[in-house]
Design a protein around this ligand. Sequence first.
Ligand code: ZN
Length: 218
Amino acid sequence: MKRSKALVVFSGGQDSTTCLYWAKKHFEEVYAITFLYGQKHSHEVEIAEQICKEEGIPFRLMDVRFISQLSHNSLTDTSIEMDQEKPADSFPNTFVPGRNLFFISIAAVHAREIGAFDIVTGVSQTDFSGYPDCRDSFIRSLNVSLNLAMDEQFVIHTPLMWIDKQETWKLADDLGVLDIVRYRTLTCYNGIVGDGCGHCPACKLRRAGLEKYLESKK
Ligand code: ZN
């Protein structure tokens, strides 16, 4: 049986778009929330809005650009060159400290407002670039905190937590949306839609997963 109402934290990238369609399969009503946080490629916000429009999903855009004023990172600061590899002893400079903490907390307040207590996010600790706010332990802890903060029973769903990029492509295919995810979404750090620039860290990860998945289908 489908549960009733879910709110998806939606960026217009591969992972959250796959989650949007996952939510459509598992919930009667799906809502989306997208964040403008000062990302260099705010084109992803337009992509997110367009996909929602086509799917008839209510779309809420939140301006949280204060996040980019709090720390220096290469996703929001054009003067910083992006790390191509994960440094051995720290996070790559694409890490935006607190991003998922803010996003999911704000999403929960909006979810409560619209009467949705299921929140869906595309975080994964399998392929992770070292981001601590993508780990399962953080999400579980935040889930408890949000329930205590608002005296509610939210459930945060993370369909991608334990799967890698190849399996994420398989999930999109199983949901019947492989082409939508492949050609419409924006994951590339250089802002190129679909298969992307091919050489930024996000593209490399996405492309390697796609190639492995397509190979496994032969
Ligand atoms: Zn790229």
